[in-house]
Design a protein around this ligand. Sequence first.
Ligand SMILES: [Zn+2]
Length: 248
Amino acid sequence: MKNAFLAALFGAVLLISCAREEDNVKPSTSSDDDLIGFISTSTGVEKSKIVYDATKKHFVLNGDVLVTRQDAEDRLKASKGGRTEHWRYNYLVSNTYVTNIKVYINPAVPSAWQTATRNALTQWNNINGTKLFFSEVTSSTSANIRVITGYEAASWVARAYLPTYNGRPGTPVEINTYYNSLPSGQKLFAMVHELGHTFGLLHTDQTSGVFITGTPTTDPNSVMNSYVLNWNGFTTGDVSAVQILYPQ
Ligand SMILES: [Zn+2]
């Protein structure tokens, strides 16, 4: 039971990344003591029963439960801020493009990811009260966004570029095929999230960017959270953010 609880708490935490410089910088590291204190508080395991193995870079709880240092770091970082607000980038997509952002899916993209991408386009297109609209094109030369694959045994599932200074959507969106076995709901979440970056949304669990006035100040289930969740639809905050940035 406890193990299951811990697994749920510290289980595979997959980050979605994007091409901003900040996203490529690892979180500042915390001391062993800070992390042990945090793990103790969040699990109820006494500090004296938590040992750090520096070689394997994990904490051992009660002798048999393992928490990687990276997971603990990520969780601590998330808990410190605890803020989940909607932020936008300096640059947005101009009217020239935003009413019909053309997306090309490279044929090399695995079919399950292609499906997730198409479903993600539909999710954004189904939001009312916004001029934002995506369409799929079969020619890469006419596309505004190309969806491609990469492979890296790393903690990013997918990543995307933000809009350019001259109002074009960010391209390409890159899928890490190291995560091909992710459940379909998480693939969809990741692709909805990445498309959000292409038109200027930043992570809700960051505290930088331009705050989107009119959105809620707490929105933990936003698709723009940097952790991959199972897709469960947009939050009202996600919908508001798009309607405010790209009104009809
Ligand atoms: Zn992201």
